[in-house]
Design a binder for this molecule. Structure first.
Ligand code: 5CA
Length: 447
């Protein structure tokens, strides 16, 4: 993309309504625009990051054998009356009437709808296990929407639902989700720690939240510092293996880590004092096992091997896709702007032309642009007639992890400059080598 042809409405002033850094940078970098309280339009740069996050989520769900569907945002109240949640959900649920005076609502989550799909089409234990998921806009009429996309009223969520014959199988699905989530967040450059939590209106007693540590997080958390040394990394897991998924769960949840809702001071005090941490965190996901709560209320049963109808065991599993955009920025920025992890960056690298209009500099930039594009990478070329300082400040704000700077002086010596946004270190090297380095970083075949 050439910046001169892009739509990147960068703000010069720091918006006064934004209280936390991710919200400020998302507004300043032209990623979002507020439409009304807690509701945002996603502008091109923000939309690209949202899509990258969404793609990682899909990819890791597919790896675990989960199946994507899409359910409507508008739902009839009837199903919610069956489960008893129409009245129980309270004011967070946005309710409305259609022209026939029927009660409708904007989905805050989708246990009822997915259970209805299940009971209409699945009748035998032979069709299990089954996990269906979607990535869809949700609405919760939060009393205090704030911090931009972090606590929105409309937000984008991955919600997955497992259906299993036995409690044991459903707990395997729970463990499997924990594994996929660890992998998902690490691919986004995040450490998200599973913590014992409260299940709220979803129900059930088995639940973990995934928290990214950040001072601006809304949750208060207590944990054993050893937990931050754990990395899932690139290990290969057989997602069908109960033992393997169980082992990962035990490894990642055996140390003390709880949100304030479930915090137990006496248990916490058993952790050696020098390892006890009290901090704040951003909840980027949550997994639940709630047994037969919805299947019994809504008659979602299957025939077991003896032909008896039994209610299925279920759980649901959420990832805050739009919240993650803010969470990643909270975890990765400096005083100049965002620092995108390579896994979610909106463009793979920036190209800054120090002397637009100079034949040699323009030609070198065009050649870099063409080579990177041919590798399947997306560069953002700042081809505007602007001062170098303004170009650098803009690139720093939008946070692309790598920048190639091209100027007549370097070109005389046959070099361009490759700069890491994270470390700020620069290296002079011939253009072909700069391309090779970027290709390696993103795992593309070298030129
Ligand atoms: N049905 C279950 C699992 S699918 C469920 O709704 N879980 S949840 O309530 O925990 O939401 C899942 C994730 O959505 C949360 O972990 C959080 O990351 C995100 N989320 C929840 N509320 C908001 C909000 N108001 N704004 C942005 N993200 C939110």
């Amino acid at each position: 993309m050439r910046l001169s042809r892009y739509f990147l409405p960068v703000l010069k002033e720091t918006p006064s309504e934004a209280q936390i850094v991710s919200h400020r940078y998302m507004l300043r970098a032209g990623m979002i625009k507020q439409a009304s309280a807690g509701i945002y339009s996603w502008l091109p740069l923000g939309f690209k990051v949202l899509r990258k996050i969404e793609n990682i989520v899909h990819d890791e769900q597919a790896r675990a054998g989960h199946i994507a569907i899409q359910m409507p945002t508008m739902q009839s109240a009837d199903l919610w009356r069956e489960s008893g949640r129409y009245d129980a959900y309270g004011q967070e649920m946005l309710r409305m009437k259609d022209r026939h005076d029927r009660d409708m609502l904007f989905t805050p989550t989708a246990e009822e709808l997915v259970t209805d799909i299940f009971r209409s089409h699945v009748g035998s234990y032979k069709d299990l296990p089954l996990t269906l998921y979607q990535i869809q806009w949700k609405f919760r009429d939060e009393i205090r929407p704030r911090f931009g996309v972090m606590r929105g009223r409309e937000f984008y969520m991955k919600d997955g639902y497992n259906f299993d014959l036995t409690k044991e199988d459903a707990l395997h699905a729970y463990n499997r989700h924990l594994v996929t989530y660890l992998r998902t967040y690490e691919r986004m450059g995040l450490q998200a720690i599973p913590m014992r939590a409260d299940s709220g209106p979803i129900g059930g007693d088995n639940t973990h939240e995934f928290l990214v540590l950040a001072d601006t997080g809304e949750s208060e958390v207590f944990y054993d510092a050893q937990i931050t040394d754990l990395k899932f990394g690139t290990r290969e897991i057989d997602y069908d293996s109960h033992a393997q998924c169980q082992a990962v769960l035990e490894e990642f949840t055996s140390r003390y880590a709880r949100t304030d809702e479930t915090h137990d001071e006496a248990l916490f005090n058993e952790v050696p004092e020098e390892r006890r941490r009290q901090a704040r965190g951003i909840e980027v996901g949550q997994i639940f096992y709630f047994g037969t709560k919805y299947s019994e209320a809504m008659g979602a049963t299957v025939a077991d091997s003896d032909g008896n109808r039994v209610p299925v065991h279920m759980g649901s599993h959420g990832i805050g896709v739009s919240r993650l955009v803010g969470a990643i920025i909270e975890a990765s920025h400096d005083d100049k702007g965002i620092i995108w992890p390579e896994g979610v960056t909106p463009f793979h690298c920036g190209i800054v032309n120090l002397k637009q209009g100079d034949e040699e500099a323009d030609g070198a930039c065009e050649a870099l642009y063409a080579s990177l594009t041919a590798l399947g990478l997306e560069p953002l070329y700042d081809d505007r007639n602007e001062r170098a300082g303004a170009k650098f400040a803009g690139m720093d704000l939008i946070g692309l992890p790598w920048r190639i700077t091209v100027g007549p002086r370097g070109l005389k010596n046959g070099v361009v400059e490759l700069t890491s946004r994270r470390t700020g270190t620069s290296e002079e090297l011939p253009p072909e080598q700069a391309i090779e380095r970027i290709a390696q970083i993103y795992g593309r075949a070298a030129v």
